[in-house]
Design a protein around this ligand. Sequence first.
Ligand code: AMP
Ligand code: MG
Length: 686
Amino acid sequence: MTGFDVIVVVDWSGGNDRGPKPKADAIWVGVQDKDGQTQTYQRNRLVAEVFLDALIADHRRKGHRVLIGFDFPFGYPQGFGQALTGSEDPLAVLGWFEDRIEDTAKANNRFDIAGEINRTFGQGRGPFWANGLDRDIDGLPRRKTDYVNPFPDRRACEDRAKGTFTCWQMAGAGAVGSQVMMGLPVLARLRRKHGARVWPFEVLDTDVALVEVWPSLTAGPAPNGMIKDQWQVKEVARQIAGLPAADLSQMLDVDAPVEGWIFGLGFEDRLKSAPPALSNDCFALPQGVHWTPVDEALDMLKTRLSPVTGTETVGLNDALGRICAADVVALRANPPLPNTAVDGYGFAGGKGPGAHALPLAEVRAAAGDAPSDLPDGHAMRVLTGAALPTGVDTVILQEDVTVAGGKVRFNGPVKAGANTRKAGEDVTKDMQVCAAGSRIGPAELALMAATGVARVNVRTGLRVGVLSTGDELVNAGEEAAAGQIFDANRPMLLGLVDGFGHDAVDLGCSPDNRAALRAKLDAAAGRVDVILTSGGASAGDEDHVSALLRDAGAMALWRIAIKPGRPLALGLWQGVPVFGLPGNPVAAMVCTLVFARPAFGLLAGAGWATPQGFDVPAAFEKRKKAGRREYLRARIREGRAEVFASEGSGRISGLSWAEGLVELPEPASDIRHGDTVRYIPFGSFQ
Ligand code: AMP
Ligand code: MG
């Protein structure tokens, strides 16, 4: 992660304690590291500082580098700091406030300090204004009328960042004056305690960098149901973490010796080039449709989903199974030089029919030798893989010659160029060897290595959380009361996700209880990129997955014309897509293979993949009704597709018996032995 192992973004607050329940306008801390994201609510500055202190200490112990962005100005406009402290050093301002600010959860002296500064510099009428308290403060005007500011109103960076507030305004919606005053002492303490460096005043040569950010620069609106501050710290942490190292160092390289600067100003496009968030209506269905055909459902997923994973550069040893983030081209041709395909004797040009005898040169060429020179009219010993010496363009197999008395004898004809490989006949330099979106397998590793590619830009893994829901479920191995069953879906779905090549994350099991399920989804949303639930997806009393997603305002119940499978609940939870599968294990597996698998491919940056099927004769009979597509558990024996005896959606044994699915299209059909049916092996879904 671009020189830093952890990116932390803090939405700071200048106000008092906000209570235990997560709220807007309090402090939110977003953390992004290799394992994912979390956002935590901090009810006041004191607990936030303790939290940050522990977080930094923990990462320093692990040898990690931490970048922490705070959303308040780290400096005041030109001239103020020097007037206040008598020093040109912007860090002196941090110390000045640290010495004077008194802060508790319930009260602090920021307005008094503002009044004191105004009495010293601005005849009691500036530079600070707005008093958030009931009591009057000598020197601090309540309104901006009659305001006098002996210093510039804005910093240079604020002139460029539309919508920023000045650090002189101490109260009122959006004011940052209080945040600065209550934040600078914290910077000073983190700096002293952890050797943190304060950007852009200091060189970032320790493990901890403190950087000024302004989330509104790039964060965009929050998804439905999510607190804006939480969303912003999540989004900005993700954006910074997704920056290529070169971009990050360029963006940190600013010259703002006393006023400070807003990180990313002028580079908004780069920050926003981290994959975009999915839109709230990405799962909306057309009005008035009752049963959506499978292909239409697939088309909708295909057009509305986009990659959500970031990118990183890894060495070839770590690239197996990863998805290429950008096209990769050959750095060198393969083969790089013309060479011999066999062990034999090389010479110049083709030879006509009849006997030939060529004097054998002393030189010899083996694989790895730099090309030598062959004297005119001679032949020389060459070994497989040797670059052709100058003067050799044709090779004869050693089995076809006799060598005696310093001569190589053979019978023609021999075609010019025989038994040689041309330079670049496999791959030319700059030819594409791996396309963006393709998964890197052993063959791709060979191709990249052969063409000199040692490092490759790949997608970060798609983290798929798997959650079971249902009061009846217990884990295998646990005590099951009467009426309870063992959770079969979770191990199955974790296995499927793993087989698709994504990072499967076990989210456990939730009872049929809205609060518990909400807590599970909340915790999951910070940790994973997509959530796969089973059970509770329909519209019944105990179908809490769909109920919660509906409340969050970003969900659709897809009634798809498919058997097996009841409705799929598709929605976004805090911007994270949720695939709500039916609880029946057979339906859960079929819907995962048919819908979730290609959708996950898109989210992962691998593009959309349709499984390959084969037309084979049926070894079964079936009358199928019109109107929906059916998938039967099937396998091939003696070239024919046989299907499992029962179509029961709870028959897990049939899933295990099967090796693939027979896909029967929507129209009615009367299938007889020997009729052609479409068979898709499970392997085609990997
Ligand atoms: P639901 O979709 O929640 O109404 O569940 C439909 C059926 O699937 C019920 O018989 C459930 O008991 C069963 N079921 C739900 N989740 C699981 C699971 N994780 N493992 C096995 N069976 C399940
Ligand atoms: Mg249920």
